[in-house]
Unconditional design. Sequence first.
Length: 207
Amino acid sequence: MPGPVAPKPQPATQIRKTTTVETHTRTTTVTTVTLGGDAFVRSTPAPVPGAVGRILSMARMSGSSEVRAQAVTALAAHPGSEAVAAVLDIARFSGSTEVRAAAVRSLGRIGGAAAVDAILDIARFSGSSAVREAAVRTLGHSGHAAAIEPIFEIARFSGSSEVREAAVIALGRYMPDDRAMAHIESIARFSGSSRVRAAAVRAMGGF
């Protein structure tokens, strides 16, 4: 007489639960799967929606110039039209020299003809010599040949010896072009500032 038949094993019941966890830095999707009494958890981080808008808000509204400068620097990683327009506006009109200089450097990282034109305007006309100096150095790093002649004019005629010196360094260190060499030699011979002439001689040695 056959013995009792063992019951067939039943497939384990799978229970899936998905939740969303938000923090100030990111949104994380947490999926919990329960299978046969064992629970498995998987987390999938995702970028926070509207991150650019939040950075823009800090760049404009923070009470700390250091925070605003850092926010403007971070915007260089988001070169969309909204961010570029905001950085340009901050570079021109922020009440903090530190923030305006940071915005100029961000424009240089973003790049493009419009950014270079804006930096040229700032290098010529900003009311702050520190911001003009940052703009000239940024133009040197940009490597745009169209900036050589404007930088030469700044090296000759800026009212700040620090800005003129920065312009000479930009011509010599970052743009080893025949025109740059001729301009630097002219500055080394004829500049009214011994400090600027010395910078030009040093720059000539870098070619």
